[in-house]
Design a protein around this ligand. Structure first.
Ligand SMILES: Cc1ncc(C[n+]2csc(CCOP(=O)(O)OP(=O)(O)O)c2C)c(N)n1
Ligand code: SF4
Length: 287
């Protein structure tokens, strides 16, 4: 092999783009970004075959800071677009990212259907229990009674439980991490990317500007019990409903057919047909 054709081992820093993160100092999303760089380097993913897709929010700025292909969609629409990318070219590694508002409020309907379709992509939700970008309104994971400018008397809505929701919808991989522990989070992202199917990774990622939960969460976060069986969905659900602690680790995993493995579009990846491809010939295959 010619000497100059050998690709040197990529380091986490090699996945940094020229765009510097614009998050507030101390934002939890820095830890998630650091974990993603680590995970990409650990897997030696080719930046030209990797796509990071997001919705809208502070957390959804993340694709700008990663030296891969990237796409920022509309608020709440990360999963349909990520699924479409994966179907159009199954050879790509697709990583979807966003916030709890993006993923569980306006995009909530998409989560359930992405989970049951099981496309082979990884979805990292940076859950800060608040809307950061729009300056601190309640999100679907905000606690009952949470006082904000838009809820001066306290939120009247009980929070959803994203982990239980994903598990009950039939997710094939579910994990939870904490941006205050980027090393563990990187391992979870690696496992999620390696999982052949939809990997849901809830990341507790505090917003110190509008709802500072760093110390509160750090005191409550603990690893899943050593005897936790990640092949047992009911055990995973029991862990998801715990209110004495915030367990982190791999809650559940199973291998089942992916969306790409049984859709007709995957037999006709758009990429393989070249730039002059006439989409009418693809539509003919649906007759
Ligand atoms: C269709 C639409 N509705 C509302 C908004 C306004 N908006 C932008 S980001 C956001 C919520 C952000 O919260 P979250 O997704 O939790 O991300 P964070 O900023 O906390 O990371 C909202 C309501 C929008 N951009 N588009
Ligand atoms: S407002 Fe909150 S979520 Fe947004 S960048 Fe600042 S600390 Fe992070």
């Amino acid at each position: 092999m010619a000497k100059d054709s050998i690709q040197p081992r990529r380091l986490p820093k090699d996945y940094k783009s020229e765009v510097k993160p614009t998050w507030c100092p101390g934002c939890g999303d820095f830890g998630v970004l650091a974990s993603l760089y680590q995970a990409l380097a650990q897997l030696q993913l080719d930046p030209t075959k990797t796509v990071v897709v997001s919705g809208i929010g502070c957390s959804s700025r993340l694709p700008f800071f990663v030296e891969t292909y990237g796409f920022q969609t509309a608020h709440g629409r990360v999963l349909p677009v990520a699924t479409g990318i994966k179907i159009a070219n199954p050879e790509l590694t697709v990583i979807a990212v966003g916030g709890d508002g993006d993923g569980f409020s306006i995009g909530g309907g998409h989560l359930v259907h992405a989970v049951r379709r099981n496309p082979d992509l990884t979805y990292v939700v940076m859950d800060n229990e608040v809307y950061g970008l729009t300056k601190g309104q309640t999100s679907p994971t905000s606690p009952l009674g949470f006082k904000t400018k838009s809820t001066p008397f306290g939120s009247a809505d009980a929070p959803i439980n994203p982990m239980a929701w994903a598990l009950a919808s039939g997710v094939s991989f579910a994990a939870r991490g904490f941006s205050g522990d980027p090393k563990q989070l990187a391992e979870l992202i690696v496992e999620g990317i390696q999982h052949p199917g939809f990997a849901f990774i809830q990341t507790m990622s505090p917003c110190p500007t509008f709802y500072n939960t760093f110390d509160l969460w750090r005191a409550r976060i603990e690893d899943l019990p050593p005897d936790h069986d990640p092949t047992d969905r009911m055990q995973a659900l029991a862990q998801a409903f715990r209110d004495d602690a915030i367990p982190v680790g791999v809650f559940y995993r199973e291998v089942r057919p992916t969306l790409e493995s049984h859709t007709r579009v995957s037999a006709h990846p758009l990429k393989k047909n070249g730039p002059e491809f006439d989409v009418r010939s693809l539509l003919e295959t649906y007759r």
